[in-house]
Design a protein around this ligand. Structure first.
Ligand SMILES: Nc1ncnc2c1ncn2[C@@H]1O[C@H](COP(=O)(O)OP(=O)(O)OP(=O)(O)O)[C@@H](O)[C@H]1O
Ligand SMILES: [Mg+2]
Length: 250
């Protein structure tokens, strides 16, 4: 049984079919990449899975049970956590307090001790210990991304949805974050990553899904995807195809 199953899901905004009859499954333990040009419908797909916006037509199953129509907090408590394309830590709070919100959100009946343990472990995992008491305003962009991951991980999810966590980072920071994401995966977290940084998504993913104009146009290993003419066409249109290969290989 798949951990997550998306079946013929649709969502439109006015006249725009943002997600069009999309079906895919994610198995436990996988890292799956979700790529596609700007406006392809990737974030909308993530918003539908996490319940932020309602599905118009189709079904989404988590661990075999339908989650379509549930509120975001119910979906989160079932074990799906996410990050946002625009990082938004709670201002005026410390790093530690921000991570604690994730842990508190998870369940009503954890003891203070249990919460502290989750928070400490999560901050160590995302290498934020030294910043624990810092106000979030003092964090660099890369550190804010680590915090965003820590907040999601403190919910102890089974499935983690990451929306462009690499955006704006330099090469060294990207490599660090890739290493941390692999570490989360080693802890049995299944991960769906939306990413424009090809080096990261190709390097991390076992399998890649490609969206274009709301539809799923290809699915395969990073190697298969980087050679797929439909994908190359979607990314480059009439531009030279060589450019895409240069981008995915480096
Ligand atoms: N809340 C909304 N209201 C109206 N239109 C929306 C809304 N959210 C998304 N759209 C439209 O749906 C389409 C898909 O947008 P979406 O944000 O899912 O794309 P994306 O693949 O995440 O793009 P990007 O790579 O730029 O983040 C776009 O045409 C977008 O303008
Ligand atoms: Mg997006």
């Amino acid at each position: 049984m798949a951990l997550l199953e998306v079946k013929n899901v649709n969502r439109s905004f006015g006249g725009v079919q943002a997600v069009n009859e999309v079906s895919f499954a994610i198995n436990e333990g996988e890292i799956v990449g979700l790529i596609g040009p700007n406006g392809a419908g990737k974030t909308t797909m993530m918003n539908l899975i996490s319940g932020l916006i309602p599905v118009e037509k189709g079904k989404i199953y988590f661990e075999g049970h339908p989650i379509t129509g549930l509120k975001p907090h119910s979906i989160a408590r079932k074990g799906i956590a996410r990050t946002f394309q625009i990082v938004k830590p709670f201002q005026g709070m410390t790093v530690r307090e921000n991570v604690m919100i994730g842990a508190l959100f998870r369940s009503d009946n954890l003891s203070r001790n249990q919460i502290n343990n989750i928070v400490n472990e999560t901050m160590a995992l995302l290498e934020l210990d030294s910043k624990s008491e810092a106000p979030v305003e003092e964090l660099s962009l890369a550190q804010r991304k680590h915090l965003e991951l820590a907040r999601a991980m403190a919910m102890e999810p089974k499935l983690l949805l990451l929306d462009e966590v690499m955006a704006g980072l330099n090469l060294k920071e990207i490599e660090k974050l890739m290493q941390l994401i692999r570490r989360l995966n080693e802890r049995k977290i299944t991960i769906l990553v939306i990413e424009h940084v090809m080096k990261a998504v190709m390097g991390l993913s076992n399998r890649i899904l490609v969206m274009h104009y709301g539809s799923l146009i290809a699915e395969g290993t990073p190697e298969e995807i980087s050679m797929d003419p439909r994908v190359i066409e979607a990314y480059l249109g009439k531009r030279r195809k060589k450019g895409f290969h240069r981008e995915v290989r480096h």
